[in-house]
Design a protein around this ligand. Sequence first.
Ligand code: GUN
Length: 292
Amino acid sequence: MTAPRERTVVVDGMALARRLREEIASEIAALVAAGHRPPCLAVVLVGDNPASISYIKGKRRACERAGMTSRELDLAADATQEDVIDFVTALGRDPGVDGILVQLPLPKGIDTAAVIEAIDPAKDVDGLTTPSAGRLLAGLPGLRPCTPLGILAVLDRHGIELAGANAVVIGRSILVGKPIALLLLERNATVTICHSRTRDLAAVVGEADVLIAAAGSPLLVKGDWIRPGAAVVDLGVNMVDGAQVGDVDFDAALGVAGLLTPSRGGVGPLTITMLLRNTLEAYKARTGIADA
Ligand code: GUN
């Protein structure tokens, strides 16, 4: 028999994002009122990937609403690796730019790691350069990737206990899987990282008090894999027959999970919020301007 659906708290990521963005906006308004320039985020797009264009639109709108300046810099799909690296390097030298985000994925033929390394670590608001990743690994303060920060904001908002919890992460990307595993470890969870070669994924998932699904595989996690009452965070954004579905079978997880994020309106709005926060933090660190 399935448990009643109301046993599952479905996360409203937009409502939480709205509240956090208001805090960021009022901090920026105070800085501007004190005579400072607003923080500036530069977003670099190479090519015309439709999903990337849509993500960038959301980022631009969020910057405007927070009172932040944004610069969108588009390079043609046939730009060379040298062009992209020169461009990103120039943004690093520009004193009016506080944050640099290179939208991923980059077109085939461009070495993503080489482009990321061209980002000035002081402006690495995506937290992807090796200095940022190294600081995370070493437990030193620094800019952390935005989606993992968004996941923690959701879990904290809902009072999910992480110390001593069994946390299972499915996926090992540099954007989500690896950094969230380290952040959960920092919060004293017992962390297991699963991936495409993991044996008996269902059994591992069944041990999770906190499950982070970031595999990019539609409906991978079945309802009966989930431990009753677990906090389930779904990062999957997959299109199936024209509809967006997550990595978790949402309908089957209702009534089993204690907390569940939907594919749309779950962690996504918080990722952008954390990008705003990182840009504000980078601005403050670079300019030496503390709170107004
Ligand atoms: N593409 C999808 N998500 C992201 C992200 O968080 N940062 C960057 N740079 N590219 C992405």
